[in-house]
Design a protein around this ligand. Structure first.
Ligand SMILES: Cc1cc2nc3c(=O)[nH]c(=O)nc-3n(C[C@H](O)[C@H](O)[C@H](O)COP(=O)(O)O)c2cc1C
Length: 152
């Protein structure tokens, strides 16, 4: 897996008590165009596993190139993650973090028990694109798409 570069997302949801939760995720991938489905997997040891595995919706933020700090914040245990960033509750009732490159708000389509993870397949019900370059992640290092990448 270390040979496979990815982007980075933060996936958020709301608990039954109305508290925002979220974690950094790079297992995100597209699944289907019609219906529009995406998937990601959550470790069963993550403190908020059951919120996501038993919930009916979540929001995937594709992080922008300057959101390395947000990536680390949402991967660090024992911090009050939402007090350190700017966010609001969307019409879909998901916590939405400012500054993303792309946003995919999903309803849970299916959950799959998969070893020590639970895979969540979501149907996209709302999408937004800020057209900012994404954050890249490879071998525990952050990166940005080089200018030369687009020069044909
Ligand atoms: C780049 C990166 C990608 C990650 N991807 C995933 C992932 O796909 N699934 C997952 O369960 N945890 C992933 N993690 C780890 C979780 O973010 C971390 O275990 C979680 O935030 C812990 O939450 P907790 O303190 O509420 O238990 C990733 C961490 C990093 C730094």
């Amino acid at each position: 897996m270390g040979n496979y570069p990815t982007g980075v997302t933060v996936v958020t949801a709301v608990t039954g008590d109305g508290e925002p939760v979220g974690l950094t995720v790079n297992s995100f991938t597209s699944v289907s165009m019609d219906p529009m489905l995406i998937s990601w997997s959550i470790d069963k040891n993550v403190s908020t596993h059951d919120v996501f595995a038993k919930g009916d919706r979540f929001a995937v933020h594709v992080l922008a190139h300057d959101q390395g700090d947000t990536c680390m914040l949402f991967a660090t245990k024992g911090t009050d993650r939402f007090s350190q960033i700017t966010w609001k509750t969307s019409a879909e009732n998901n916590p939405v973090i400012e500054g993303y490159s792309g946003l995919l708000e999903c309803r849970v389509y299916k959950t799959v028990d998969a070893g020590d993870h639970t895979m969540l397949i979501g149907e996209v019900v709302h999408a937004d694109n800020n057209e900012t370059e994404p954050l890249l992640y490879h071998q525990r290092t952050f990166g940005q798409i080089p200018e030369s990448f687009y020069n044909k």
